[in-house]
Write a protein that binds this ligand. Structure first.
Ligand code: ZN
Ligand code: ZN
Length: 145
């Protein structure tokens, strides 16, 4: 008879460390479990490695926290283009193009933590202007109709 590690055991084990188990089905020891760390980063780890002390890769600064694809998507969602070919970690200085085509440099860490968008100063200013104009138009339409 095989002793199985129960999903509920894993769940409470992770919770003892402040980690939330996202995976709902435990199949075997080699399976990677999806966990959410106390700071809400998602990462995956096998239960054995977790027991050995492998914690959130983003918090420990070991891993990138994102894959290259995540980073590419993050930029393309904002109409920017990632120029850097090799994404290694979130403290790496990345080359990218702003949505207007201006070459920019920044790290993923700074972009994610301190800026709400990756745009150049010019774009930010004109976005703010458009926003004000939209607000004004909306106000006018309320007055007149
Ligand atoms: Zn974390
Ligand atoms: Zn721009």
């Amino acid at each position: 008879m095989r002793v199985r590690t129960d999903i509920n055991f894993i769940k409470s084990y992770c919770e003892d460390y402040g980690y939330e188990l996202i995976t709902t089905e435990y199949k075997n020891q080699k399976q990677k479990l999806e966990l959410r760390c106390p700071k809400s980063h998602l990462y995956s780890v096998t239960f054995n490695n977790f027991k050995r002390g492998d914690r959130c890769t983003t918090c420990s600064g070991k891993g990138s926290g994102f894959t290259k694809l995540d980073v590419q998507e993050w930029f393309s969602d904002r109409k920017c283009e990632l120029v850097t070919k090799e994404y290694m970690h979130q403290k790496q200085l990345l080359d990218y193009l702003c949505k207007c085509g201006t070459p920019m440099k920044n790290t993923m860490q700074r972009l994610r933590n301190f800026s709400k968008d990756p745009y150049c100063l010019k774009c930010r200013r004109s976005d703010a202007k458009n926003q004000r104009r939209d607000d004004a138009n909306e106000l006018l339409s309320k007055i007149w109709f």
